[in-house]
Design a protein around this ligand. Structure first.
Ligand code: ADP
Length: 711
């Protein structure tokens, strides 16, 4: 509002110069905020004033509404307009873009060349300062209006009140509306151009006492209520191409205009003064990033690169290296994925091609994978198993129907204690509800760091195998029994002979005794001899029968500590007659200090009987001196029994398969004796073998451990 008092002098000077200018049509564009019509009627007197004072040129008015601001831009750019009367923001835009300059500043009706904003609330509201505005509703005229928004908004921003983000903002167009809405309480705070409140108060449309001006400022000579800094008023602008001379003529003419003239008041201003500094408008636009300054402060990418060439180059090199590394890693990753895929495929193929069922379990006991054989054996497929508790599916119940608690599950125990285990017989349950017998190994799975992450189970269906074993055992037992009976049958003749002898003696003695009684010869010593003989012979016969019974009994006797020498003597009792009939000399060499062994007596008898019977058979029909030798001795940890005969040795045809079942060269032989004998001895953890066989003698030996296997 610094009105220059030397304007008349300047105007006279410029006016003189104007005489030499060339006559032209001069266009003056004017921003028509209140519509073209109003602009034309209100500004025309000013234009007429120019035409009246600068006769050489013809001044013409071009009103342009703010909505058509691009048209003004176009006119200035194409040099089709010489002067522009406009508000400060548009002037700054034209200045920055096209080099336009301000030649005059308008002084408004309040005789001020500057203006600002008034920020106000209702006097009875609790909003008494700027910070109170946060969270409240605030209204302005329009988002691009200077006094009615931008100046107030900027002031608030400088006081750290960001109304855009912290308040509810509305734009009400006409500034009177803002005042009305604050008064009726529908808006908490209003922003209007300075002078608006006074104008309304003067026209009796407002009681100023009802409003509270926030952050009120007092500026010397400024006549209106004010909340913000002051900014220069409208500018009379010269386009860059417009002749300086004409500009001087125009400026000087308008400077000479009488303040408050009818031309000025037609548009509601007071006068024109020499231009004042528009830098505050530049600063405001920069601060709010408005118009040409919308990117102010943002550094463009290219500019940044130029400013930081070394840093940028390094950044780009690092970026390229990173990108290339990234690509390389990506490629590597892809290749690894492919390799992984093939390995997985291969693993699956291997897993699926084995006949044993395989599955994995995690630390929660949930199944992590299964192979095809598992599905084939048990009927459970991946859908049934994966992610489910394996124990509840496969292992929940024992074969006898009692529950199998999961804390006793060997698969779980494996990953708990990290020990691999082999279970030779257990029960797994099929999907159809049937159970099968299985043998399986459970092995802990470890990660790269050696931590146990689960266990893997490899199992085999042994149901058939167990059935087969049962059958086999029964078959062997039956066979053993048949074989024993067979052998017994063969020696029964001999036994009959053996029994005959005591019976004959008994009969003879009884007859003798009867004769003595009849002859009344009561010789007590003789009777004692007879009864003693009778008793001995009867005992001998009873022993033979007892042993025979034992031998033919199918039930297996239990393990017990037995005296091998005694067992051999018992068997010899059975063979006595046979040995005698075949003129065989029996040579017993039994070690008297032989320890007892833990064995099934009848089974060992069976072996001794078989070996002796074979020895007797081997000497059958021979003219040589026949000897059956039986020797026992004690070795380091075993006792050894050797049975020797002077037969013709083992036939070459059979020597290879001697211990195989059904290997016999005898007419009525079964070929089971040696096979059964060996399995009996092996069951006792001993060995049965041919120690020596020549053309005139054969020795079979067997050993038995002195200590019981469980000792
Ligand atoms: P079997 O007596 O019913 O033939 P074994 O298994 O007891 O069945 O014997 C198989 C065969 O071994 C006999 O047939 C015989 O040829 C041979 N063998 C067994 N013991 C002797 C032996 N001491 N001397 C010669 N050959 C023997």
């Amino acid at each position: 509002m610094f009105v220059c008092r030397f304007k008349f002098l300047l105007a006279a000077l410029f006016f003189g110069l104007s005489l030499s200018a060339v006559a032209k049509n001069i266009s003056i564009a004017v921003l028509a905020f209140s519509g073209e019509e109003y602009a034309r009627t209100s500004w025309q007197p000013t234009v007429d004033y120019l035409n009246a004072h600068i006769l050489k040129h013809r001044f013409r008015l071009i009103p342009i509404e703010p909505s058509n601001i691009e048209y003004l831009d176009q006119l200035v750019q194409q040099q089709k307009v010489d002067f522009i009367i406009t508000q400060p923001v548009t002037f700054v835009e034209l200045q920055v873009k096209y080099g336009a300059t301000s030649i005059l500043t308008l002084v408004d009706a309040s005789k001020s060349s500057e203006f600002g904003s008034v920020i106000f609330s209702r006097s009875d509201s609790d909003i008494v300062n700027f910070p109170h505005i946060r969270g409240k509703s605030i209204a302005g005229a329009n988002p691009k209006g200077l006094g009615g928004w931008l100046i107030g908004y900027n002031e608030l921003k400088q006081h750290n009140v960001d109304v855009i983000n912290q308040s509810k903002v509305s734009f009400l167009g006409v500034q009177e509306n803002i005042v009305r809405r604050v008064l009726d309480g529908s808006v908490d705070v209003g922003i209007v151009r300075t002078g608006v409140l006074e104008r309304l108060a003067n026209s009796k449309n407002l009681d100023l006492a009802k409003l509270r001006v926030l952050n009120q400022k007092k500026v010397k000579d400024f006549p209106c209520l004010l909340s913000t800094s002051l900014y220069p008023e409208w500018a009379f602008v010269k386009a860059s191409h417009t002749s300086k001379l004409i500009a001087k003529q125009v400026a000087s003419t308008l400077l000479l205009m009488t303040p408050g003239s009818k031309e000025a008041t037609a548009r509601g201003y007071w006068e024109w003064v020499t231009p004042i500094n528009y830098q505050p408008i530049h600063d405001l636009m920069k601060s709010l990033r408005v118009g040409v300054y919308q990117d102010f402060g943002k550094v463009s990418f290219v500019q940044y690169i130029k400013d930081n060439l070394v840093l940028s180059s390094m950044f780009f090199i690092v970026l390229i290296v990173l990108v290339m590394t990234g690509l390389w890693v990506l490629r590597l990753n892809n290749r690894l994925k492919i390799i992984n895929y093939f390995i997985e495929q291969q693993n699956n193929m291997i897993l699926d091609s084995v006949s044993e069922g395989i599955y994995g379990v995690d630390l929660a006991g949930k199944c992590t994978f299964i192979n095809q054989a598992l599905t084939d054996i048990l009927g459970w497929d991946k859908q049934d198993m994966l992610g489910k508790l394996q124990h509840e599916i496969l292992h929940h119940t024992h074969a006898d129907g009692t529950p199998h608690p999961s804390n006793e599950c060997p698969v779980y125990e494996t990953f708990m204690d990290g020990e691999a285990r082999f279970i030779d017989k257990d029960t797994f349950w099929k999907k159809n509800g049937q159970s099968i017998s299985v043998e399986y190994s459970a092995t802990p799975i470890k990660d790269k760091l050696g931590n146990i992450v689960g266990s893997v189970v490899v199992f085999k269906d042994i149901t058939q195998q167990i059935e087969h074993q049962k059958l086999q055992k029964k078959y062997e037992q039956d066979l053993e029994h048949v074989s024993r009976l067979n052998t017994m049958g063969e020696i029964v003749t001999g036994i009959a002979h053996e029994l005959n002898q005591p019976l004959t003696v008994i009969s003879t003695m009884a007859f003798t005794g009867a004769g003595l009684i009849k002859s009344k010869q009561y010789d007590a010593d003789k009777f004692l001899d007879i009864f003693s003989m009778l008793s001995k012979q009867a005992e001998h016969a009873a022993n033979v029968i007892k042993h025979m019974r034992k031998m033919s009994n199918k039930d297996q006797s239990d393990y017990a500590l037995i005296d091998i020498n005694a067992r051999i003597k018992g068997v010899i009792t059975l063979l006595q007659a046979l040995i005698k009939d075949n003129n065989i000399q029996l040579r017993l060499d039994l070690n008297q200090t032989l320890p007892l062994v833990f064995a099934q007596a009848v089974q060992i008898d069976q072996v001794v009987l078989n070996l002796c019977k074979n020895a007797i058979d081997a000497m059958d029909g021979s003219d040589k001196h026949k000897v059956l030798g039986i020797k026992t001795r004690c070795l380091d940890k075993t006792i050894e029994v050797a049975i020797m005969d002077t037969g013709n040795g083992i036939d070459a045809d059979i020597v290879e398969h001697l211990f195989d079942p059904f290997s016999t060269l005898k007419k009525n032989g079964m070929g089971m004796g040696l096979s059964i004998s060996r399995s009996i001895i092996e069951r006792h953890y001993g060995n049965l073998y041919v120690a020596k066989s020549t053309h005139n003698m054969t020795t079979f030996k067997f050993t038995l451990p002195i200590k019981a296997p469980h000792e």
